[in-house]
Design a protein around this ligand. Structure first.
Ligand code: SAH
Length: 210
């Protein structure tokens, strides 16, 4: 009951920050974010904060999750690949929006924990432990790919796993600050749209930071 009220306040806050997609707002009103944070910080789960989830990683700010989910703007049943499962919260919001979610995490312990919470909440998804900068060829092409860690450049492999008209959302920049960038596939080329400056933990891998 307390969490439900906190959730409503969080949703009202992201709405005030400019999120207008009702599917996103409704999903965030349903997903119990407090289940995805470290034990002991449940009470802060709905604050506009990134919280530690162990292994030097964080669950993204509610606004970050909202802005990324809104920018994807995919129809129900679309296939989306997430790189950087982390706590599993972003994946849960995408599942709640009715998307087919595929997610990759490089830190095994985090991936397993996220998997357990997502299973407990009865979401359907596919999760793999590994380097997400290589994408997930078995399930490609995707309608959307969302990278929830900051990259130095935009990996070509991910762009190549998009459907025609598919969107890649990726924060690109330095280790401290990145520009959330969207690439839309149009034949052999891509339209690039810069959304806004945000700050993510680093994407580490073959086509990320070393
Ligand atoms: N989407 C997450 C945010 C997690 S933070 C959430 O909702 O909580 C980013 C995550 O990306 C971290 O867990 C980090 O371990 C992971 N990561 C970094 N580089 C990666 C890579 N190359 N492949 C897969 N995961 C990666």
């Amino acid at each position: 009951m307390i969490y439900k009220r906190k959730r409503e306040t969080m949703v009202a806050h992201v709405r005030k920050l400019g999120i207008t997609d009702e599917k996103v707002l409704k999903s965030m009103d349903i997903v119990p974010r407090h289940k995805f944070v470290a034990s002991g910080s449940e009470f802060q789960a709905y604050d506009e904060k990134a919280l530690p989830i162990g292994y030097e990683q964080t669950i993204s700010h509610p606004y970050t999750v909202a802005v990324m989910s809104q920018a994807l703007s995919l129809d129900k049943g679309s296939r989306v690949l997430e790189i950087g499962t982390g706590s599993g919260y972003q994946a849960a919001v995408l599942c709640q929006m009715g998307l087919q979610v595929f997610t990759i995490e490089r830190i095994s312990a985090l991936g397993k924990k996220a998997e357990a919470v997502l299973n407990e909440l009865k979401y359907h998804f596919a999760l793999r432990i590994g380097d997400g900068t290589m994408g997930w060829q078995t399930y490609a092409p995707f309608d959307g790919i969302i990278v929830t860690a900051g990259a130095p450049v935009s990996p070509e492999t991910l762009l190549s796993q998009l459907k025609e008209g598919g969107k890649l959302l990726i924060p690109v920049g330095s280790k401290d600050e990145q520009m959330l960038t969207m690439y839309i596939r149009e034949g052999a080329s891509y339209t690039k749209i810069e959304i806004e400056k945000l700050s993510f933990v680093p994407l580490i891998g073959q086509y990320g930071w070393q």
